[in-house]
Design a protein around this ligand. Sequence first.
Ligand code: BGC
Length: 453
Amino acid sequence: MTVPTFPPGFLWGASASAFQTEGAADTDGKGPSGWDAFAARGRIKDGADTTRGTGFHERYREDVTLLAGLGADAFRFSVSWPRVVPGGRGPVNAAGLDFYDRLVDELCAHGITPAPTLYHWDTPLPLDEAGGWLNRDTAYRFAEYAGIVAERLADRVPMWITINEPAEVTMLGYALGEHAPGRTLLFDALPAAHHQLLAHGLGVRALRAAGAANIGIAVSHTPVWTAGESEEDRLGAGLYDTLTNWMFADPVLTGRYPDEGVAALMPGPVEDDLRTISAPLDWYGVNYYSPTLVGAPRAADALDSFSGFTMPAELPFGIREIEGYEKTDFGWPVVPDGLRETLVQLRDRYGDRLPPLYITENGCAVDEAVADTRRIAFLEGHLGALREAIDEGVDVRGYFTWSLTDNIEWTEGAGKRFGLVHIDYETLRRTPKESYAWYRDVIRSQKANGSAD
Ligand code: BGC
């Protein structure tokens, strides 16, 4: 085992989300989400049956048993907003809430900390139809829903996540139209960022009012590497860095937008909102997958594919392929040191204002059914880089790998496999991969070395 020892009490976990796993799309009174509608419009590449997912809604006990076999300390799952409040406002679906109650009880019975995310992209369809995150009202509806979930679960849930990756929702869902709700607004998508941030801040308030504690957010971070030496390259990379990293982290951690130009494009009483958005957090979650190489736009960049889609030519930056590294099945370069780079960057940028960190997602898509040696190498590399960041003084308290099982990779459907556990999408049979045994042994040896309780 070549994974270094982590500090005492370090939390070992795995992550998942509702739309990607639950299935049961209209079971027990669940309402449709924007993603259900997007899928029904044929926007999932391989036609995967997202109404079935991995069958988690029915088989959650099996997955909790798998987590227990792993020796995981915690499970990060998400609560489906339209399962709990089908209309996005108004009546609560008791059966929906009961499901999460059972799941939390099951986790607790196995000594696993439940760490729910309240929004992992599945907006109730009626809210999407009323503008989704372009509509300020959605933020208030989110806070209401967050309070409802906390009222029910805060007695047993010791760790909460408001929102997952507001940057991806803004960019892919509202700017580029690659994710639900499929809007192609480019820079006019920015209000969607502000309203998610506001929802986060209002959500923190509602959670605390309902007795919840230990609250964080899961934000994607990518070190932005500048392609080329020209002023245009520098400007392009700088803008991309602002839009994907700091436009989300700065408001949450400092109560300001990273630049005046961005702040000026945001709707509503921005200064007041920023006070709400920067409500003190107990911890901050980092989702890390890879760095991004960005430069000036070039005619060729318009056709460059990033995560399987093309960046429109009219954007003032271009994403280039990072060469010289192994690639995952998504084409993302495997750069473990990028995780260290991101964490050190966060510490240097925010200093004392940075709360303790958790890695809320990190993993890779590799299509190796059971002998997934590429995943093991990926995880081993990233855990090494994480330990280096801790050695450099970054306060990281835990690691959640993405993902426990294979799952529906959004528009990629069942075609990209991120799991420690293989899913046969015909039978929904679960088969632990070699990475599962590897991660179990890592956790075991960490505990034997006294890193965890
Ligand atoms: C998301 C996950 C997704 C993963 C891999 C993150 O952007 O939070 O839902 O499956 O990355 O693409």
